[in-house]
Design a protein around this ligand. Structure first.
Ligand code: 13P
Length: 342
């Protein structure tokens, strides 16, 4: 048995069975992990996948998970919207959230009967920290009758106070749907850049909250210009949490899943993503003919989720994410309204 330093977890040794069971994943990830690395990683993948079956558990892996987690143990993979939709349809008794805390809360809101495990409770989000339920109540007092659209990157409390949620893939659609219902002004929280990027594409007037993603706000238009100076043919894709000047310099803007689909369908020779690092690694593994280049910005919260921590969570069924049952119905209404409108 090998022992993981972080949690002192026992895993099987790398043996013929482990090699056989993990071989298909390793073939995909050969460019990213050496054989020596893989022999350390594979026993975790093997043991997590075995325990998942035993416990009827599913792992939700966001596109920002590292490739060993994303391809090795992820059952439901994708962007925030997909994870929320598919968690609601899953027949698993236990969900392990490969992502950050607000995503685990969203799973609990949509599947209160399931046990939701968060491998590291410290995996937070600067956007979710940027606003509270009390802030939303104050906004509603200040702007009576104006609907509040809150990004899914918020706490359950904030969702419960909001009229409807949105993700980066459906924000424009939701704002326009409210516009079509006769709302000429809406409030959008908490991401100022997502709100500014939506405002540039709609006639609906948007009142903007001053929050930002600590990863995406680090990208600049100059990063894109520098890369184009080096590689004039590079195709640049940016997440809508980036500042508007970055979006303006880019060739395409979309959620993590939309960027992934764009590359899969269009196979640019060279691409740069203005988003979290692991997303480029995962796209590179799936698209060997696309040369991924670019600056890399790491989300320290997403990177807290590792194979040893996932295994520990599955073994101990801890730590569990709970949401106050009094809050769940109202928070769920905001998420379900989003799912209906998108
Ligand atoms: P997506 O909805 O595009 O997956 O984005 C989630 C997120 O937290 C980006 O920082």
């Amino acid at each position: 048995m090998q022992t993981a330093q972080a949690h002192k977890i026992d895993v099987p040794a790398y043996n013929a069975e482990v090699a056989r069971e993990t071989d298909a994943v390793y073939k995909k990830l050969k460019n990213q992990y050496s054989q020596e690395n893989w022999e350390e990683i594979a026993p975790y993948i093997f043991e997590i996948n075995r325990l998942k079956k035993e416990k009827n558990a599913a792992i939700l892996a966001h596109n920002y998970m590292t490739p060993d987690v994303f391809f090795g143990v992820g059952d439901i993979i994708g962007d925030s919207l997909m994870l929320a939709q598919k968690a609601a349809q899953s027949t698993a008794d236990i969900i392990v959230q490969g992502g950050v805390h607000f995503m685990a809360e969203t799973s609990k809101i949509l599947c209160p009967e399931k046990k939701i495990l968060m491998p590291d409770m410290k995996a937070g989000c600067s956007l979710a920290d940027a606003i509270t339920g009390a802030d939303i109540r104050a906004l509603k007092e200040k702007y009576p009758g104006i609907p509040v659209v809150s990004y899914v990157n918020t706490t359950a409390d904030v969702k419960a106070e909001s009229d409807v949620c949105c993700t980066s893939s459906n924000a424009l659609k939701i704002v326009n749907a409210l516009g079509a219902q006769g709302h000429d002004t809406i409030i959008m929280t908490p991401d100022k850049y997502l709100a500014q990027n939506v405002a540039a594409q709609t006639d609906v007037n948007i009142i903007i909250w001053d929050g930002a993603c600590e990863v995406h706000e680090r990208f600049s238009a100059q990063d894109v210009k520098d890369m184009r100076a080096q590689h004039p043919d590079v195709f640049v894709l940016a997440h809508p949490e980036c500042p508007p000047e970055v979006i303006a310099e880019s060739d395409y803007a979309g959620s993590t899943a939309q960027m992934d689909t764009y590359i899969k369908e269009n196979q640019p020779k060279m691409a740069m993503l203005m988003t979290e690092c692991s997303m480029s690694d995962n796209i590179a593994a799936n698209n060997p003919d696309v040369h991924m280049v670019g600056t890399c910005q790491m989300c320290p919260h997403m990177k807290r989720i590792t194979l040893p921590k996932i295994l520990h969570a599955l073994q101990t069924e801890q730590p569990e994410v709970l949401v106050d049952p009094k809050i769940i119905p109202r928070a769920r209404q905001a998420v379900e309204r989003m799912l209906e409108l998108s």
